[in-house]
Write a protein that binds this ligand. Structure first.
Ligand code: PXG
Length: 464
């Protein structure tokens, strides 16, 4: 059998990594000098690196390991399925049992009449499916001019050509000549950074009404769909004002455009319900799911589609699909993951235990001199770092400079928190205990203290 060489010295593993492994969203040269941290194992909320250090994973991998690491049941289901049927496709009038059972389960769990599932390998390619699906839907309905999808600046919908185009990250668009034609953007509902003197409620309405203005500008008969994350994740855990989603929903209904909720981060318990759409009061026509669907134990994503959309698509051949759509091993793992979430009451644990406890500790971080606001819904949370709490001012230094320093301090203190610009974010495994939350907060506070000390001594503790 292949030996996975955990026994090599760290420096050797790092040298091989630097020589051959290209990392996503990473400055290769800088990482090669520094050496990547080599993660060799994990259990619960704890990662272990090649030096034997235990690290508290405040990000559940990349927002995905909802049930925590080290669940043998998933390994066993995977091995069993590999022996039974490691692969078969669902292209040519065939199916497999894990795929059809998972589709049924997702139809049960998803809100409203979202009863049909198109499988993908992750969130990006599920969103690629959505682009082609909504455009094909309108063409089949006899409205082929309805091609435009409206999204939001600073949204994240993945990193394929389609996903990057739907996302509103300008730094991503600039690499590869994106977005593709027919994607339009409105501003994000980010009150803390962009709300100025408005109340959050006024601001939420103002941002939602940009959708109506954009539809009128493009022409209502040319708009296919609107896409949004219930709560923006990669953009910085931006919780929209309470007025935002109801107004978006009203506008989508008024113009008859499809609403796509990108649940890749918000799904499977993250916000305290099965889906973020339930927490935020959204009734989508299509949901994108991935990540927590398998708790990251296997790559899998899906589009969950309404009866209306599926009924229209059913009448044509939708020339779309991936070799691994409905992969039996990934589907079997996802089914076992959903069983664990359900039978172990993990969403109740979030709602009744972990989220209320974390909320209290997280919001208390606003007593720290660097923290301007703390936002949290369920088990996704952010804090804004600021040099001036009263004015919500950004730092004079380039956006992200202080956030990066803080993230480096977290890394050194063996807790994983991400930074997005100068916001620090967490999304730990949903199974985290109160004791582990205490450890997380202790390490976060220590990192904030050290960050403050460093920016003072670097002379960058000042407002723009
Ligand atoms: N939609 C949303 C809302 C996401 O958060 C994707 C789609 C794409 O999924 P895949 O499985 O193709 O990666 C995502 C992924 C970060 C980070 O740094 C976030 C994601 C991926 C990688 C990094 O916050 N989200």
């Amino acid at each position: 059998m292949t030996t996975i060489a955990n026994h090599l010295p760290t420096s050797e593993l790092q040298a091989i990594d630097a020589a051959h492994h290209m990392h996503p969203f990473t400055m290769g040269e800088e990482l090669a000098q520094k050496g990547a941290r080599v993660i060799t194992g994990a259990n619960g909320v704890w990662l272990k690196d090649s030096e034997g250090t235990d690290i508290l994973d405040g990000m559940a991998g990349l927002w995905c390991v909802n049930i925590g690491y080290g669940r043998d049941e998933l390994a066993e289901v995977a091995a069993r399925q590999m022996r039974q049927l490691p692969y078969y496709n669902s292209f040519f009038q065939t199916t497999n049992v894990p795929a059809l059972m998972l589709a049924k389960k997702l139809a049960e769990l998803a809100p409203g009449d979202l009863n049909h599932v198109f499988f993908a390998n992750g969130g990006s390619d599920a969103n690629d499916t959505n682009i082609r699906m909504v455009r094909t839907y309108w063409a089949e309905k006899g409205e082929p001019d309805r091609q435009v999808i409206i999204s939001r600046w600073n949204a994240y919908h993945g990193s394929t050509i389609g996903g990057t185009s739907l996302g509103g990250m300008k730094g991503m668009h600039s690499q590869g000549g994106l977005p593709i034609p027919g994607i339009e953007f409105i501003d994000q509902p980010h009150w803390y950074a962009e709300g100025g003197g408005m109340s959050p409620e006024e601001f939420g309405l103002e941002r939602a009404r940009q959708l109506e203005a954009k539809i009128e500008e493009i022409g209502p008969d040319k708009v296919a769909a609107f896409i949004g994350e219930p709560i923006q994740g990669a953009g910085g855990v931006i919780v929209p004002p309470s007025t935002y989603w109801p107004e978006i929903q009203r506008i989508c209904k008024k113009y008859g455009i499809l609403l796509i909720a990108d649940e890749v981060i918000c799904g499977f318990g993250r916000t305290g319900n099965w889906f973020g759409s339930e927490t935020l009061g959204i009734q989508p026509d299509i949901m994108t799911v991935a990540k927590g669907l398998s708790s990251g134990y296997a790559p899998i994503g899906a589009s969950i589609v309404s009866d209306e959309v599926a009924n229209v698509l059913e009448k044509t051949e939708f020339n779309h699909g991936y070799t691994y759509s409905g992969h039996p091993v990934a589907c079997a793992i996802a089914l076992e993951n959903l069983r664990i979430i359900e039978e172990e009451g993990i969403i109740d644990h979030v709602r009744n235990v972990a989220a209320p406890y974390l909320k209290q500790k997280w919001e208390a971080l606003t007593d720290h001199p660097l923290v301007g606001e703390a936002r949290i819904v369920g088990m996704m949370a952010s804090i804004a770092l600021t040099p001036d709490k009263a004015s919500r001012a950004p730092f004079a230094a380039d956006a992200g400079t202080v956030g990066y320093i803080c993230r480096e301090r977290c890394f050194a203190n063996n807790v994983i928190m991400r930074h997005v610009g100068d916001r620090m974010i967490i999304a730990p495994p949903l199974t985290i205990t109160c004791e582990e939350i205490d450890t997380l907060i202790e390490r976060a506070r220590k990192s904030l203290d050290e960050c403050l000390e460093q920016i003072r001594s670097d002379g960058i503790y000042e407002a723009a």
